[in-house]
Design a protein around this ligand. Structure first.
Ligand code: NDP
Length: 495
């Protein structure tokens, strides 16, 4: 499709911002809405239902009724599998429409919403569907006088609260394992990017997931999100977002019904490049490509780059040669690789971090400016700071924007200590030709995922989540089923 065609399609696209409860599109009961603004050009796309406690209650009631009458949980796993696979197939059939919604709503390039977000979400839904009829429960090693079953059962009503950076993908990472094992779900998308989640629910219904099983309630975090996290009839909450709100979610669970809480939170991931790196050009491409991908709005973005001093100058020269390739462009142009920042608030937050880096003495080698303001949208140049000190704000806090901070090191142990010296522990990377060094470094890094001689080459088969204040939950892989199931023992006396 040409770029003009994407603009034409965007102009024709019909948006529906109403909530999706019990299989139907509904307005918020108060009638309240909020504006859904596109970061691409600042235009209003649609009014979105501003759900509050009363709407959350309606969604949870619908989800509970669906769970209790077993219209979904009671189906054979093989039947749920077929429905999930159909759901995935339908997503791919709606690929262009969903990609366009994602791009218009949160600003990422159409190139990636079409090649990463939609297929990634479909693959996730298909994978959990396919997995669910291949999992066996256990029988305990009891004496002859007993038979003890250890089974996993769906936890019940699952709330999913997700961020705006990969709206459809983050939603899929939660809803796919939760639905596959038979739960009912109430999903709250971010107020900044609710549109694709609402379409997901319609497509799920079309695939055969019964009404009430999958509900979507758009709204503000401190209204809809908190009402969900405080609800007495939600059994479990899967949360992805900032560490600050993750802490609040845990408190809400403690204040209400001790619902199970799984958090996948922020990051400040270190990327350590040793002088014996096997392929320096690949390391440079990964360091630059992964921090600027998705405008730097990735929880696992390698925002702290540690380079051994003997190769640092060469590394930075190569990196600076690549930076112009990431010049922000029109997200609806198929050649654009860096799009818009999600909204003006986030853009100003990132610009604030850049200003603080300069003020604290880091050396700005590239970018640092807002650009394309004539478009009406929110764009920031790919930015690179050298000579960053671990005490600086840009070294400590998650920026969630296209800003790379470079540090030098001479001793690998010193780099590992600095890498671990944050509150976060999501991901890290090490580049070296020495397998012993790679393995020892991977062991020493207190993070959920360590990449060796690559960054971001993983897939749905492996867990994704953090240590420390990056949260306690794991999305992806079969381990995600643990979050959305309860473990039951049934001890049968057979004497
Ligand atoms: P936020 O924590 O601000 O928001 C996340 C979600 O929580 C949104 O739906 C938000 O709603 C909602 N929310 C906000 N306040 C409350 C509240 N008081 N009670 C209940 N829900 C609330 O994060 P962002 O959306 O800004 O996302 C960026 C963050 O997500 C980054 O820290 C990033 O690292 C992290 N992230 C982590 C991932 C991981 O797997 N570890 C993956 C992707 C992102 P609303 O937006 O409507 O206010």
């Amino acid at each position: 499709m040409t770029n003009t065609r994407w603009h034409d399609r965007a102009a024709e696209l019909k948006f529906d911002g109403r909530a999706f409860i019990n299989g139907q599109r509904v307005a918020a009961q108060s009638g309240a809405t909020f504006d859904c603004i596109s970061p691409v050009d600042g235009r209003k796309l649609v009014d979105v239902a501003r759900c509050e406690a009363i709407d959350i209650d309606a969604a949870v009631t619908a989800a509970r009724a669906a769970f209790e009458d077993r219209r979904w949980a009671g189906l054979a796993p093989a039947v749920r599998k077929r429905t999930m696979i159909k759901f995935a197939d339908l997503l791919l059939q709606h690929r262009d429409e969903l990609a366009l919604l994602e791009t218009l709503d949160m600003g990422k390039p159409i190139k990636y919403s079409r090649s990463v977000d939609v297929p990634g979400a479909a693959n996730c839904i298909r994978w959990y569907g396919e997995a669910v009829d291949k999992i066996y429960d256990e029988i305990a090693p009891t004496p002859d006088t007993a038979l003890a079953l250890i089974t996993r059962e769906p936890v019940g009503v699952v709330a999913a609260v997700v961020p705006w950076n990969y709206p459809m993908l983050m939603a899929s990472w939660k809803i796919a394992p939760a639905l596959a094992v038979g739960n009912s779900v109430v999903l709250k998308p971010s107020e900044k990017s609710p549109l694709s989640a609402l379409r997901l629910a319609e497509i799920a219904l079309e695939a055969g997931i019964p009404p009430g099983v999958f509900n979507v309630v758009p709204g503000y975090g401190n209204e809809a999100g908190s009402a969900l996290a405080l609800h007495m009839d939600v059994d479990c909450i899967g949360f992805t977002g900032s560490t600050r709100v993750g802490k609040q979610i845990m408190q809400y669970a403690g204040q209400s019904n001790l619902k199970r809480v799984w958090t996948e939170l922020g990051g400040k991931s270190p990327n350590i490049v040793c002088a014996d790196c096997p392929d320096l050009d690949a390391a440079v491409r990964a360091a630059v490509g992964s921090i600027y991908f998705n405008q730097g709005e990735s929880c696992n973005a390698p925002s702290r780059l540690f380079v051994e001093k003997s190769i640092k100058e060469q590394f930075i020269a190569k990196a600076l040669a690549l930076v112009p390739n990431f010049k922000p462009g029109d997200p609806l142009d198929e050649t654009t690789v860096m799009g818009a920042i999600v909204d003006d608030i986030q853009m100003n937050s990132v610009l604030g971090f850049i200003a603080s880096g300069k003020a604290e003495g880091a050396q700005l080698l590239a970018g640092g400016q807002q650009v394309r303001s004539e478009s009406g949208g929110y764009y920031i140049e790919p930015t690179l700071f050298d000579n960053v000190d671990s005490t600086m704000k840009i070294a400590r806090e998650e920026i969630f924007g296209p800003v790379l901070s470079v540090f030098g090191f001479t001793d690998l142990n010193e780099a590992i200590r600095a890498a671990n010296a944050t509150a976060f522990g999501l991901q890290a990377a090490v580049w070296t030709s020495d397998i012993r060094k790679a393995h020892q470094t991977a062991r020493a890094l207190r993070v959920g995922t360590v990449h060796v001689n690559q960054y971001d080459d993983d897939d749905i088969t492996v867990p994704f989540g953090g240590y420390k204040q990056s949260g306690n939950g794991r999305d992806k892989s079969l381990h995600a089923f643990d979050k959305y199931t309860e473990l039951k023992t049934t001890w049968i006396n057979i004497r």
